[in-house]
Each structure stands twice: as C-alpha cells, then as structure tokens.
Design a protein around this ligand. Structure first.
Ligand SMILES: NC(=O)C1=CN([C@@H]2O[C@H](COP(=O)(O)OP(=O)(O)OC[C@H]3O[C@@H](n4cnc5c(N)ncnc54)[C@H](O)[C@@H]3O)[C@@H](O)[C@H]2O)C=CC1
Ligand SMILES: Cc1cc2nc3c(=O)[nH]c(=O)nc-3n(C[C@H](O)[C@H](O)[C@H](O)COP(=O)(O)O)c2cc1C
Length: 176
C-alpha cells in the first residue's frame, strides 16, 4: 500500500532553531488531541490554562502528565500550589478554550462558566466531560516545558456528549 502525497524531514540536517521549531509544530498539528482546561488554586492564587499536552501515565498509582510552558503566566501559581485539576472539554467549550489559551487576565478566564471544588481546591468545571483532581508529585524539565506528573486524587464524570478535539490548528467536535 502506498501513502498519499507526503514529505520527509530529517531534523539532523536542520541547523536553524526557528526552522526546526516550525517544522516540528507543523508535524505536531497532525497529532490531534483532546482539549483540557488545567486549573489551580491555593497560596499561589487561582488561575488556569488550555492544554492539549496531557496523557495517562499509569493506573497504579493513578497518574497523568501535563506539559506546561515555563513562560506561561500560570507557571508560578501552578508550581506554588502543587495541585491542579484537568477538565476535559466538551464540544461546546470552544470559547472557554479561547479564553484560557490567550492573554486574558486570570479572573476573567473563570467568569463565563460554573466551577466547583473536588478534593484539592483546584476549580473543577461543572460541565466538563470529566475532571481529574490532582496533586503534582514530580516534575521533569525538558526544553521550554516542565512535565508535571500528577497523582489523581479524585475524578468527576459528569456528562455525556461530544468531545472538543484540536487537530490541524482547528477545533473539531468528536462523537463517542
Ligand atoms: N504543548 C504546548 O505548549 C502547546 C501550545 N500551544 C500554544 O497555542 C498556540 C496556537 O497553537 P496552534 O494553532 O496549534 O499553532 P502552532 O503552529 O503554534 O502549533 C502546532 C502544534 O504544535 C504543538 N506546539 C505548539 N506550540 C508548542 C510548544 N511551545 N511546545 C510544544 N509543542 C507545541 C502543538 O501540538 C500544536 O497543536 C501556539 O502558538 C502555542 O503557543 C498549542 C498547543 C500545544
Ligand atoms: C488548543 C491549545 C492547547 C494548548 N496546549 C498547551 C499545553 O499543552 N501546554 C502549555 O504549556 N500551553 C498550552 N497552550 C497555551 C496555553 O494555554 C497558554 O500559553 C496559556 O493560556 C498561557 O497564556 P498566558 O501566558 O497568556 O497566560 C495551549 C493553547 C491552546 C489554544
């Protein structure tokens, strides 16, 4: 079987950082992912950000990882609070993703939705498909990002419905 038109890139031949980053991002745009709002609260304050770089690590102990850019405005709050809640968005949440993914002040990000608290105090989005309330147990720095290993201390599965998927630099609704 032959694949449709494709292009190959050998990263070892690319010496310019900006070019390499752009090529990597172009490739990553083909790796679709669920969209999540990651929230935190505590001594570092309440805030949150949109994230696709989230995945399951192990079920014993229940652990997921979140990749957080160290230059993000939320970085100090997340690392000070050491807790976060991963709220997986439904298809109607695209405006919320835009709010949490942009330059909007933290207080305004929370204004248009309803939030509860599960165990850690991090805000759980009331109509998320699922919320994972977590304690950050380990952190590994790689390049511009911190990989946060998060132990899940409670979950809330609230609704059925379509997922919000990010693929090819655009949002898509995905049915179960
Ligand atoms: N992992 C991350 O930090 C991500 C950050 N973003 C942010 O949202 C903005 C809009 O994203 P797109 O419209 O998809 O355009 P884009 O062309 O900047 O990104 C394409 C894809 O590359 C990956 N990516 C983007 N920035 C990255 C980063 N700094 N580190 C690792 N992977 C990254 C993501 O998979 C993204 O979907 C980006 O400029 C970026 O700042 C978006 C997705 C993931
Ligand atoms: C669809 C989408 C996915 C994103 N995924 C991530 C991610 O996984 N990790 C990350 O650090 N930033 C991610 N971002 C960017 C953050 O949401 C953004 O940098 C964050 O809101 C901080 O912005 P600020 O510095 O203006 O507060 C994503 C943005 C969008 C729109």
């Amino acid at each position: 079987m032959t694949l449709a038109a494709s292009s190959r890139t050998d990263f070892s031949e690319i010496t310019d950082n900006d070019t390499r980053r752009a090529l990597f991002r172009g490739a990553m745009a083909k790796l679709g992912a669920a969209v999540n709002i990651i929230t935190t609260d505590g001594p570092g304050g309440r805030t949150g950000f949109a994230a696709t770089a989230v995945c399951s690590v192990t079920d014993d102990p229940p652990t997921l990882l979140v990749c957080l850019n160290r230059s993000a405005s939320v970085y100090d709050a997340v690392t000070t609070n050491k807790v976060l809640c991963v709220n997986t968005l439904n298809a109607g949440h695209q405006p919320l993703s835009h709010l949490f993914g942009g330059k909007t002040p933290a207080a305004e990000r929370f204004a248009t939705a309803d939030w509860s608290v599960l165990t850690t105090g991090a805000p759980a989005l009331d109509d998320a498909l699922v919320s994972f309330d977590c304690v950050i147990e380990n952190t590994v720095s790689q390049g511009t990002h911190d990989v946060l290993f998060c132990r899940v201390v409670s979950t809330a599965t609230r609704t059925e419905g379509q997922a919000l998927f990010y693929f090819d630099r655009a949002y898509h609704a995905v049915s179960g």
